[in-house]
Design a protein around this ligand. Structure first.
Ligand SMILES: [Zn+2]
Ligand SMILES: [Zn+2]
Length: 241
């Protein structure tokens, strides 16, 4: 299969995970426990893949530029998710007062759309380098796409939007990721820019979106699940590289 074929197929799979996350927003309370473990596993898997695979590969591609681009990727997501007037965090939106003005919902959705666009750039960049890196980067998406769809749908609920608005918002995240894939595949000669930017974005989502949510949960099972995400990456590296 061509790079475009495989990355678009995986883009559709990731979009379905977003939509599934959006649909279970009303399925309480089992969905909360399920999501907590996904957020924990995702944070470990994403951070390990970014630091062990994406960063070294980026430094190899562009030794001088990569560090600055990694930093830029990190702060692009920080700006769009948190610095403009968007109320946003992973998991269930319980701060209904933050959405008394329903127009704040669009900056929050916009921030997530920027994040998913760069996930598309990341998946395509990965496959442009190697199948191994492509699958690992796809892994970083799929381990957190269900909580992501849930998050955006719960924002819609908090803003008292109609129930199907949550599903549409989750589908929009999938669409934005597919757009990121199409853009990166069509300007593939710039993969030396795309991969380090994507590495910075992945570090942000893992360490600044997901880990703070992990830290709110009590007990040992959740930190052990974070460690399991890291171990998964180490085992995959032993088996396939
Ligand atoms: Zn909130
Ligand atoms: Zn994401």
């Amino acid at each position: 299969m061509s790079i475009l074929g495989i990355t678009l197929t995986l883009g559709v799979v990731a979009a379905l995970a977003n939509i599934f996350g959006g649909l279970i927003v009303t399925a309480r309370p089992w969905s909360r426990t399920f999501l907590a473990y996904f957020i924990a596993l995702g944070s470990g898997f994403m951070l390990a893949t970014a630091i062990l695979e994406m960063v070294p590969q980026s430094l190899q591609l562009a030794p001088n530029m990569a560090p600055v681009l990694i930093l830029l990727g990190y702060f692009i997501v920080h700006f769009f998710e948190h610095s403009w007037p968007a109320h946003f965090h992973f998991g269930e939106e319980t701060h209904h007062e933050a959405f008394l003005d329903p127009s704040v919902v669009y900056p929050a959705l916009g921030g997530l759309l920027v994040h998913t666009f760069f996930e598309g750039v990341a998946i395509a960049s990965g496959f442009l380098i190697s199948d191994w890196l492509g699958w690992m980067v796809f892994g970083t998406a799929i381990v957190h796409n269900i909580p992501e769809g849930f998050t955006v749908a719960s924002i819609m609920v908090a803003a008292r939007k109609k129930r199907h608005a949550g599903t549409w918002a989750a589908a929009a995240l999938g669409g934005s990721r597919i757009l990121g894939i199409l853009v990166m595949v069509s300007i593939r000669q710039f993969v030396e820019f795309g991969l380090p930017l994507a590495a910075g974005v992945t570090i942000y989502v893992a360490a600044s979106d997901l880990i703070p949510e992990v830290n709110k949960m009590a007990g040992m099972k959740i930190p052990i699940t974070v460690g399991l995400g890291v171990v998964m990456v180490l085992v995959l590296r032993m088996l396939f590289t």
